[in-house]
Write a protein that binds this ligand. Structure first.
Ligand SMILES: Cc1cc2nc3c(=O)[nH]c(=O)nc-3n(C[C@H](O)[C@H](O)[C@H](O)COP(=O)(O)OP(=O)(O)OC[C@H]3O[C@@H](n4cnc5c(N)ncnc54)[C@H](O)[C@@H]3O)c2cc1C
Length: 491
């Protein structure tokens, strides 16, 4: 790759590439471009880089809470992150003994351990069915995740990907009921599939159930030592080492705010791409960006706790993530309600207990707690009581351990980060109509009709999560064209 020349005139700065937004995808795009020799500038609206991967003292001094992302299942498996020397830039993954605990009302919690055998042993009559489901993907997990986290195209490992596709395309409810006989395995699968933020009766919701289950047996779902902010910090540090620049506190509102460059990559929501780049994008494409569906949002609580969560089944303390919501039917009913604009009284709750793994998150003897549930997009309903009652259901005495709490509803999320439109946490609905065609159906979804403008956020394939793969793929698309253009203003 040739060295791109950074031209700095007396009055203007010019860059090969400008990235708008410093979430994990924006930073990954910037790193991939800088690795190829491009001069890169990242512009970030907030005072701190990181987007959905920041850590802050939200409750009391000394309690470090992950504001958004907490557990990095796809982060540790991301082919791009794995190719980078992020450990040298301070990123350390802490692995739990179990990825998931799924407590049930009248029996021990279902545990997803690193070992397939240990996990299967807790699934009774479904032990062999579970083993047969995940084991074939564990022969070449790197190959599998390279395909699973890529844009839609011909997979590099067609056999394993076809095997995955034939299972993934089903609704999670149909698949779990067909595959498993007993409530324990069905509940475990539903808890993983619930990350899709879709009714579990929708096509392709089995995909996340399967991906998250396979991932747990490759690398247990980790947290980042010190907090999720360690991820953008490491990416930012690597970027600076490669010569890239980052400017925080710069909110891009129009194309005129952008310095001269050959290409522009937007780590933004589709609606912001539409409003910022409106003068340089055709009407039909703008209309399709504005029709993009964001889906449900999140209501989140962070707690400063006086001690560990008193789970009825103490094995739950071994897991980085606890799925609360009872069995498959209860979780499916709750998630369907949310999608149709209602607030379930017993929501499906995703709970993380980072300080159990990483003592640096809380003062000695204390713990942090993190939990959220899905709510309709734009909701301002306070779900505190509903979430805390779900925890209390499986951990009697929990409420007495709360020293302080911090709440965020969908409006708070949208204000915190303009990419979380209506509080949506995964970059927009990932149903069959928008999973591969996000943000708009195009052969190369990272491109736009303007050959100098690209989108690299979680609203592109492979979608939400902290893996940087959207940014990496977008950078590769941009690098194919970058030499065609001289640096100049976008408008
Ligand atoms: C409550 C919650 C929990 C989550 N939990 C997890 C989890 O446990 N694990 C996981 O992997 N993922 C999780 N996610 C999802 C994950 O955080 C996102 O999918 C991921 O951060 C998307 O990265 P991104 O780079 O596309 O965008 P973002 O992280 O959203 O970053 C975009 C950045 O661009 C900036 N920006 C936007 N517009 C402009 C503008 N006009 N000018 C300048 N800057 C701009 C924003 O300020 C922001 O910093 C969670 C998200 C939420 C909200």
């Amino acid at each position: 790759m040739r060295d791109y020349v950074l031209e700095v005139s007396e009055h203007r700065e010019t860059f090969d590439a400008v990235v708008i937004g410093s979430g994990p995808n924006g930073l990954s795009a910037a790193v991939a471009l800088a690795q190829a020799g491009a001069s890169v500038l990242v512009l970030e609206a907030a005072d701190e880089i990181g987007g959905g991967t920041r850590t802050a003292e939200l409750t009391l001094p000394g309690f470090h809470h992950d504001v958004c992302s907490a557990v990095h299942t796809t982060g540790i498996l991301s082919p791009f992150f794995r190719s980078l020397p992020l450990a040298q830039h301070g990123l350390e993954w802490i692995l739990p003994r179990a990825s998931v605990a799924h407590p049930l009302d009248d029996q021990p919690a279902v545990m997803m351990w690193h070992s397939v055998e240990e996990t299967s042993a807790g699934l009774g009559a479904d032990a062999s069915s579970y083993r047969d489901l995940v084991s074939p993907f564990l022969d070449d997990p790197e190959g599998f995740f390279a395909d699973a986290l890529g844009p839609l195209g011909w997979p590099e490992h067609p056999l394993s990907f076809t095997r995955f596709g034939l299972r993934a395309l089903w609704p999670a409810t149909t698949f779990a009921n067909w595959r498993f006989q007993q409530s324990r395995a069905k509940a475990l699968f539903a808890g993983c599939a619930g990350h899709s933020v879709l009714p579990l009766s929708k096509l392709f919701t089995a995909a996340l159930g399967l991906i998250f289950s396979i991932a747990a047996h490759v690398e247990p779902w980790p947290v980042a030592a010190g907090g999720s902010a360690a991820i953008p910090r490491a990416l930012g540090s690597l970027l600076r080492q490669l010569g890239g620049q980052i400017r925080t506190g710069v909110r891009v509102r129009s194309a005129a705010d952008l310095p001269e460059a050959r290409v522009y990559l937007f780590d933004t929501s589709p609606d912001q791409l539409a409003s910022i780049a409106e003068p340089v994008l055709p009407g039909g494409y703008l209309r399709r960006l504005r029709r993009y569906r964001y889906g449900p949002g999140a209501f989140k609580l962070d707690w400063a706790l006086d001690g560990p969560i008193p789970w009825r089944d103490p094995s739950c303390l071994e897991a980085s993530t606890v799925h609360l919501g009872g069995g498959l039917d209860e979780i499916a009913a709750g998630e369907a309600k949310v999608f149709h604009g209602e607030h379930p009284s017993r929501p499906y709750v995703l709970l993380c207990q980072q300080s159990q793994l990483d003592p640096s998150r809380a003062p000695a003897g204390k713990q942090t707690g993190y939990a959220y549930c899905h709510v309709p997009g734009g909701s301002t309903v306070d779900m505190t009581e509903a979430i805390e009652s779900q925890v209390e259901r499986f951990a009697p005495g929990f409420k007495e351990r709360i020293l302080a709490r911090h709440k965020m509803n969908t409006r708070d999320f949208h204000e915190y980060n303009p990419n979380f439109v209506g509080g949506a946490v995964t970059g927009g609905v990932a149903d069959v109509f928008q999973l591969f065609t996000r943000p708009v159906a195009r052969l190369d979804p990272y491109t736009t009709p303007n050959p100098r403008v690209f989108i690299c956020s979680a609203s592109t394939p492979p979608g939400g999560g902290v893996h940087g793969m959207c940014g990496y793929h977008a950078a590769r698309s941009a690098l194919k064209r970058i030499e065609r253009f001289e640096p100049r203003a976008l408008v």
